[in-house]
Ligand binder design. Sequence first.
Ligand code: MN
Ligand code: MN
Length: 308
Amino acid sequence: MSKILIFGHQSPDTDAITSAISFSYLQNQLGKVTEPVALGEATDETQFALDYFKADNPRVVTSVADEADEVMLVDHNEAQQSVSDIDKVDVLAVVDHHRIANFQTSNPLYYRAEPVGCTNTIILKLFKEHNIEIPENIAGLMLSAIISDTLLLKSPTCTKEDEDAARELADIAGVDLESYGKDLLKAGTNTSDKSADQILNADAKNFPMGDYNVRIGQVNVVDVQEVLDRKDELLSEMDKQSQENSYDLFLLVITNVLESDSVALVFGDDRQKVADAFDKDIIEDTLLLEGVVSRKKQVVPVLTKALS
Ligand code: MN
Ligand code: MN
């Protein structure tokens, strides 16, 4: 019998990688033979968590059907975010906190979806439901995912359940939530060794809005100015990529993870429409977005409404 592989989405974030690890541990305790794998390299932030809690980096795979018949998905369900040959394997289980779209299976499966801020908040419940104790280091990884997905409990996606889960996991892991949380978020904010392309696209998605094709990237920092110092370089890269990919508007949301504010660098002929959407003025190519940290909840809906 081949191992069951467990993985999160492509371009994995901390939740994608650590929920594969924590869910695999739980499944193995329950008698399954599973291995957590990843659909991409760990980010600096995820690597910090893995090092801190002395966990192994999951093996990176680009296909699974050559080595496994069965898989379990965490932190995603949509086929285009999953492994390239997902249609060739049996999906036994999904644990996720996203919308369900472009997902189908030929066999019955275990599916657990809850509208919380992080997959590991759901996995904590699963540990409790099965009466399985969580080892210190796994608790630390799960905590790291909640901190990452909720920006230390400050994102509007964060629920009371995420907060309670974070405090409980911090206790088990033996770390101080606030100080570990800040260290973890800071670890993912180094932009000095990144190219303009990496800063723009490491976490970027396309959104069709009315007649507009809008590209929105987001980068977490502790010093917004460090990115704005490279504004000319970033704008010329946005110009180039907009021509190549037919983007009508390109936004880079630069989020200060300690202050919970953002500044958006805005490129495109109709960028005044972006400014109008937020009822702000563009000053030196940027919009000040006070209190904005979530692209999903605070940027996309505002722009979609204005451009559609
Ligand atoms: Mn994720
Ligand atoms: Mn997540």
